[in-house]
Design a protein around this ligand. Structure first.
Ligand SMILES: [Zn+2]
Length: 377
């Protein structure tokens, strides 16, 4: 659908001429025969582009029936698009490099540049960008340039599932240059299909004239067989990450078990909080001053009954402890090198020590009766 511009759009005008005006057939000087008007967004604002179209003046020359467009037009915007290259690249970069969602891209284009595009249009632009990016990534010339100074190549293959239920995307990467060579979705990863990918990697390496010294993978059956068939004698190793994950499985299982036990022991936060809040309300009713916003603000000064202040701050301390412990209980991040259960133990011990210090510093009184309800870590 054609892009609809608001009636009051302020376009910057740019006129383009054909640079080489010799007729490509007979060499005669060509004339301007028509104009093409284009309107599109750039990051600097809306632009009106006037392209002067040329043709050969000789009606008998085949160059007469064909018009020539200004050479530079394609460097400013792709044909028929309502955005220039700068906007297309901006969109593609936000999507592919920053992983922004289409909605996010749409909102930011409007906020930062006043460019209003539909979600469908942005999806189309992203697809175009991806096609160009893939072509660029696999461009043999640029690949050759990148590998000029490289002697030995290390390849890896792995299957990634973008989302559950999707077909698996098999990715071949070269590790010395940290570059994805190619990726293909395989509906069924039979040994033949996988071997075809490995053979393709072999062709690439051969066309670069480089030796593959090592393959790295998770060593699933199809990889082991395919690599052995296409690269006899080349070492095939476990990928660090997969190796560590497999080796760490029993550790993580034990860690997860410990976590469950700690969670079972350290609980009842809600009950403590409810008791504290109830206590707070009761003391507020007894001392209406505490409901006065000014009194609350100056709660630590002597303008308020010191006993009330003490009760109030004690309650706040208990609530803060509850918040901290809840955070510790819910901490779920970390891999085998930094297991969450170990961190949980350390954090709970810190809390325990901290409470103990409070108790030691101030034996008896209200704090003790509150804190006594704390389960120990
Ligand atoms: Zn001509």
């Amino acid at each position: 659908m054609a892009y609809r511009w608001p009636a009051d759009t302020d376009f910057a005008l740019l006129e383009l001429d054909v640079l080489d005006r010799d007729c490509p057939v007979c060499g005669r000087m060509m004339y301007i025969c028509d104009h093409r008007y284009r309107y599109f967004h750039t990051l600097d604002g809306p632009m009106e582009l006037v392209c002067k179209l040329n043709h050969c003046p000789d009606p008998d020359c085949p160059g007469h029936a064909k018009t020539k467009s200004p050479e530079l037009e394609i460097a400013i915007a792709l044909p028929k698009l309502a955005i220039g290259w700068d906007v297309l690249c901006w969109i593609g970069h936000r999507r592919c490099s920053r992983h922004w969602s289409i909605t996010q891209i749409q909102a930011e284009l409007l906020d930062a540049y006043g460019i209003k595009l539909s979600a469908d249009a942005i999806a189309d632009h992203i697809q175009r960008y991806q096609v160009m990016l893939a072509a660029r990534q696999q461009d043999p010339q640029s690949l050759r340039r990148q590998y000029e100074s490289v002697d030995k190549i290390i390849l890896s293959i792995d299957g990634l599932q973008p989302e559950k239920g999707h077909e698996t995307l098999y990715v071949v990467r070269e590790l010395t240059q940290k570059r994805v060579w190619f990726a293909e979705p395989l509906i069924s990863a039979t040994n033949e299909e996988v071997q075809r990918l490995i053979a393709k990697a072999k062709e690439w390496a051969a066309s670069l004239g480089k030796t593959v010294v090592l393959w790295v993978s998770d060593k699933q059956d199809a990889f082991v067989k395919g690599i052995a068939a296409e690269f006899p004698g080349v070492t095939h190793r476990y990928c660090d990450n997969h190796f560590l994950r497999d080796a760490a499985k029993p550790v993580l299982e034990a860690d997860s078990h410990a976590k469950v036990q700690m969670r079972r022991k350290v609980r009842g936060l809600r009950k403590i909080e409810q008791a504290v809040l109830k206590h707070e309300r009761a003391s507020a009713e007894q001392n209406p001053a505490i409901n006065d916003p000014e009194a609350t603000l100056t709660v630590s000064t002597e303008s308020v009954n010191p006993k009330v202040t003490e009760v109030d701050s004690a309650c706040a301390v208990v609530l803060a402890y509850c918040t901290a412990v809840r955070g510790i209980r819910n901490d779920d991040q970390g891999g085998p090198l930094n297991p969450p259960g170990l961190r949980m133990t350390a954090a709970l011990n810190d809390v325990h020590d901290s409470i103990q210090r409070n108790l030691d510093a101030k034996k008896g009184g209200l704090q003790k009766s509150n804190l006594a309800a704390w389960p120990s870590a």
